[in-house]
Design a protein around this ligand. Structure first.
Ligand SMILES: Nc1nc2c(ncn2[C@@H]2O[C@H](COP(=O)(O)OP(=O)(O)OP(=O)(O)O)[C@@H](O)[C@H]2O)c(=O)[nH]1
Ligand SMILES: [Mg+2]
Ligand SMILES: [Zn+2]
Length: 294
């Protein structure tokens, strides 16, 4: 029988739901040699499989991945929808920047989605948007509650393989329910005491969208530490630093107090946002500390 190629939507207990070319879900077991190779099969993986009757199949091979996101691991994501709440939980630019750097480092296209605009005055999303639009990022302003911005979010997802990311409680699952009501994803409350979400989504799963495309709801990449990035290359993951850094006096400039630093000059002249520059410094320290440990 001919092998077919499909996409792994999710894996639980060694059984993988694979979406075939027609959109049907096939329950697949990996062939013994895949298990022997200790090859991990991820959500998003494109796999070659043989149908063994009905809706069941055997996975023969995992095809090369174009991208991989860590914790939760998900493969072949084209766009990362970075979700941040305007309130409840309070917006954290460093968290947004962390996800943006992650996306840039993996060559995944990021889009920012500011959710819960119904809870705040217009100035809150306005100020946040300015920071990111200045960089050149697309920023959506949404409310899963009122439906504002949902049509635009739908347009961004159409025909693509995307993943949602962002702090627990930001409203990732709620946004997905709002743009595709059939999904009925479980959502949680934000704790009144800590102001944080309760990590309602525990598993990564790719969801087929009725208007075309796949999207991963995730538990939010909340444990995320940046890894495997050379501190020298961090500035290249902040798109707005790239033109300035060419004018730094030293080619090995880390942009933290060196004389003749064009990046710092750009911060002073407000061409680079202070909050972005702050995130750069936080990540630089983190990456250097991680190096020191080995
Ligand atoms: N007012 C308001 N509340 C929202 C909005 N979106 C989500 N919420 C509420 O925020 C809470 C958390 O939403 P979830 O969708 O569970 O958040 P999540 O990002 O999926 O959280 P985790 O799965 O824990 O990572 C729920 O009580 C939602 O009803 C919004 O646009 N406006
Ligand atoms: Mg969720
Ligand atoms: Zn510099």
């Amino acid at each position: 029988m001919e092998a077919e190629v499909g996409v792994v939507l999710r894996g639980v207990g060694g059984i993988y739901n694979v979406q075939d070319a027609a959109g049907k879900t096939i329950r697949c077991y990996p062939r013994g040699r895949i298990k022997q190779q200790e090859l991990v099969i991820l959500a998003g993986d494109k796999v070659r499989y043989t149908v063994i009757g009905g809706n069941e199949g055997v996975i023969e091979a995992v095809l090369p991945r174009s991208t991989v996101l860590p914790r939760p691991a998900v493969a072949n994501i084209e766009q990362l929808i970075v979700v941040g709440a305007c309130a409840s939980p309070e917006p954290q630019p460093v968290f947004i920047d962390r996800l943006l750097v992650l996306a840039e480092s993996r060559k995944i296209h990021p889009i920012i989605c500011l959710n819960k605009i119904d809870l705040v005055s217009e100035s809150v999303p306005e100020e946040l948007s300015t920071i990111y639009e200045k960089v050149g990022y697309q920023v959506l302003r949404c409310s899963a509650k009122t439906g504002a911005g949902i049509a635009e979010l739908r347009r961004c997802l159409k025909g693509k393989t995307s993943s949602f990311a962002g702090p627990s409680g930001a409203g990732k699952s709620s946004l997905l329910n709002s743009l595709e009501p059939g999904l009925r994803l479980v959502t949680g409350q934000v704790s009144a005491k800590t102001g944080r979400g309760r990590q309602t989504t525990r598993q990564v799963e790719l969801l087929p969208l009725s208007f075309g495309g796949l999207v991963a709801d995730t538990p939010g990449f909340s444990q995320l530490r940046l890894e495997g990035i050379d501190p020298m290359e961090l500035d290249g993951l902040f798109p707005e630093f790239v033109t300035s850094r060419q004018d730094c006096r030293f080619s090995s400039c880390f942009h933290r107090g060196e004389p003749g630093c064009a990046v710092q000059a750009a911060v002073e002249e407000d061409r680079i946002s202070p909050s972005r520059y702050n995130s750069y410094q936080v990540f630089l320290e983190e990456l250097e500390a991680a190096r020191g440990r080995y």
